[in-house]
Ligand binder design. Structure first.
Ligand code: RP5
Length: 284
């Protein structure tokens, strides 16, 4: 199973950096060369750093227990409203009964700062519109193509621009998470009329762009991020014309960004945006 699932996707990079995020460079990952990422590649000396943050070990509501015997979790299942299934298919367990990252080694075992063993499910809304050139009032062109804009937030935890996505709560549908996260992170302090307008906009329907693994710097050998990415396109700009964006929750900034090829965004978000661009410009 692991071989084909591994080959189907990209090789994760951002979760193999030198240090684990949010640890002030105190937790160092064992370095995993590209050709040793797959669990199928022999790596006899592989002894990853074991790390689960104090915060997670304290057992907040969104986190699993550290002790798997008392936790009695049902892997690869919908387990009491917590979705432990992976978008990538069935995942394996290691010799200690912990879920194994289907994209391979990360140099850290345990959960790092993620709450769930196995997949941690998120949803990412990509709200787009055409970028208008203020000097002509027409759609901005670059390299002979119309330019899209999308709503981006600045993450407070790492100071990187990202999509306004977030974790799916137990029992929550992806569509609920997509709207809730957008409103929380990009529309703080908006009036209820503005929020209603955005709710109506999301209800017009979006296009699913991606469903799967995220190369998130927080991933470990036993806990990883997965997401569903949906694009909501305001084709004539009417829905967002009079809506003022304001960052909230964990976001410390928000803006409409032009969707250019050189975007550097959090985790796999630039990859998702590339797919959004293809959808609108190549008509796929
Ligand atoms: C990423 O982390 C997902 O793509 C999503 O954007 C985000 C969810 O985590 P939090 O923003 O809730 O920390 O992997």
């Amino acid at each position: 199973m692991t071989t084909s699932a591994f080959r189907r996707g990209f090789t994760h990079v951002k979760c193999r950096g030198e240090f684990y995020p949010r640890t002030e460079n105190k937790v160092r990952r064992l370095q995993v060369p590209d050709d040793k990422v797959s669990w199928d590649a022999a790596f006899p000396d592989y002894r990853p750093t074991n790390f689960t943050s104090e915060h997670v070990l304290k057992g907040p509501v969104w986190a699993d227990k550290d002790d798997l015997t008392t936790g009695n979790y049902k892997w690869n299942c919908l387990d009491n409203n917590v979705d432990r299934r992976s978008h990538l298919g069935e995942y394996n367990l290691d010799s200690q009964g912990r879920p194994l990252n289907p994209r391979g080694r990360t140099g850290i075992s345990g959960r790092g700062c993620l709450g769930r063993w196995g997949p941690n499910h998120a949803a990412d809304p990509v709200v787009t519109r055409w970028s208008i050139d203020p000097s002509t009032g027409k759609i901005l062109q670059a390299k002979g193509q119309p330019v899209l804009q999308f709503v981006s937030i600045l993450r407070g935890d790492c100071n990187e621009w990202a999509l306004p996505g977030g974790m799916v709560d137990p029992g929550e549908s992806f569509s609920t998470t997509l709207l809730r996260e957008f409103v929380e992170e990009a529309m703080d302090m908006s009036t209820s009329a503005e929020k209603e307008k955005v709710k109506e906009f999301f209800a017009t329907g979006g296009t699913e762009i991606y469903r799967g693994y995220v190369d998130d710097p927080r991933n470990t050998d036993n806990s990883w991020m997965e997401t569903v990415v949906v694009n909501y396109h305001d084709r004539d700009g009417t829905y967002f014309k009079n809506i003022k964006l304001k960052s909230g929750d964990d976001a410390i900034g928000v803006q409409w960004k032009n969707l250019t090829d050189d975007l550097k965004l959090y985790a796999s978000h630039s990859f998702f945006l590339k797919k959004v661009k293809e959808l609108h410009l190549n008509g796929n």
